[in-house]
Design a protein around this ligand. Structure first.
Ligand code: HEM
Length: 374
């Protein structure tokens, strides 16, 4: 299920970017975020929550949650592309909320069933799910209070992008980077514990600030900067060589973190009147390197769970080849897209398509090698 969600998300991202010059903004953004990113994140969380709580693997039934979220996202995209059919996207929001609730309750049960304390990344996941639930509630509330639509829309989009995706990503990155490099980050768990209130508080302040009271957004920006700067400083000290490298997952994961910071800055500058598009920076500079970087590391484990052998290492090497170049291309694409140059998103789509083709091609020899070993 997880590899299928990865390939679906990557294909949906590339398709949505190519569709973007012709589609409505809400339609193509939700194609990426609600049908691509949301189900993939749910799938990834159902893989990681048992690891973080040291409990048994997720049962098959949990697989229904990302599928229901995907259906909710698809309903929203259909409603937007058919001209904003209100009942359509509202039904999508309700379905997505039911999936968030199911995943949250399952996570709390796993937390209650475990011995000792969970890894602090679990707190980031639960905060991310709470943000998504609140974001969907906010957009549904526009039906009751249509006069507050602009504010509630801002609440929805910030809680979703910075809260749901941002918190999930930063929590996961703190755990993933040491795995990718094969060298531990002794301060990661303590940092995650200490920085969650900063990141969550920053998200809420930015969302409320963008919706109703601009100065709050500046405070939120400072709070997020604290959390990102602490992680960035630790990484530069520990993983500089892997980050500035031609191959491997690390360059893309570092690019995603830098892209998230760039997106926050672009949002602040846009609020102050600059002609920038922070959503485009979010996609080209953060989401695309994040998903392709994480896939370079995790796809082999998700394709073949269990004991890691030469097959996994070989597959990882193939997936990570030239990720350093892709990180630079995503960076260029995000700057151009943030400056509202159409070619920025197209360059990012082409870079993603390159990764997608490389991933598809690496599956073939990896499987052939496995057969000949048997
Ligand atoms: C089924 C779930 C969802 C529904 C029903 C939904 C619904 C909506 C609606 C009605 C709007 C306002 C569109 C307008 O301005 O006319 C909106 C905006 C937005 N939503 Fe969602 N949403 C969903 C999920 C998500 C997710 C998961 C994300 C991101 C992770 C997201 C990010 C955004 C963004 C960025 C905007 C602003 C789009 C723009 O700039 O025009 N949404 N959403």
């Amino acid at each position: 299920m997880l590899p299928a969600l990865v390939f679906l998300a990557l294909a949906v991202f590339a398709g949505a970017l190519l569709w973007s010059p012709h589609a409505g903004r809400a339609a193509y953004l939700h194609l990426m975020l609600a049908t691509g990113a949301m189900p993939l994140i749910f799938g990834a969380m159902s893989h990681f929550i048992p690891v973080l709580t040291r409990t048994r693997e997720a049962g098959r039934g949990i697989g229904i949650i990302p599928v229901a979220a995907l259906a909710g996202g698809a309903l929203a995209v259909a409603a937007f592309s058919l001209g904003g059919i209100n009942w359509g996207w509202r039904a999508g929001a309700v379905l997505a909320m039911a999936s968030v609730l199911a995943l949250f309750v399952w996570s709390r049960k796993r937390r209650a069933a475990m011995l000792g304390n969970p890894h602090p990344c679990l707190g980031w996941y639960e905060a991310a799910l709470a943000c998504l639930f609140a974001a969907l509630l906010a957009i549904l509330a526009t039906g009751v209070w249509p006069q507050y639509f602009p504010g509630l829309r801002h609440l929805h989009l910030h809680l979703n992008t910075l809260g749901f995706i941002g918190l999930t990503a930063v929590g996961t990155l703190a755990v993933l980077m040491p795995t990718v490099t094969g060298r531990p980050d002794a301060g990661a768990a303590q940092r995650l514990r200490r920085d969650l209130p900063w990141a969550l508080g920053g998200t809420l302040l930015i969302a409320l600030g963008a919706a109703w009271l601009a100065p709050l957004a500046w405070l939120g920006l400072i709070a997020w900067a604290v959390a990102l700067a602490r992680m960035g400083a630790a990484w530069l000290q520990l993983y500089r060589a892997e980050i500035i490298s031609l191959h491997g997952a690390a360059p893309l994961l570092a690019m995603a973190t830098a892209g998230f910071a760039l997106c926050l800055l672009a949002g602040a500058a846009a609020t102050a009147g600059a002609a920038l598009d922070p959503a485009a920076v979010f996609i080209a500079g953060f989401l695309l390197p994040l998903v392709s970087g994480a896939a370079s590391q995790l796809l082999p484990v998700w394709l073949k769970p269990g004991v890691q052998n030469a097959w996994h290492g070989d597959m990882r090497r193939r997936l990570g080849r030239y990720n350093g170049v892709r990180a630079l291309l995503f960076f260029t694409g995000s700057i151009a897209a943030g400056l509202k140059q159409e070619w920025g998103l197209l360059l990012s789509a082409a870079t993603l398509a390159w990764f997608l083709l490389q991933a598809a091609a690496s599956l073939i020899p990896a499987r052939r090698g496995e057969k000949s070993r048997r």
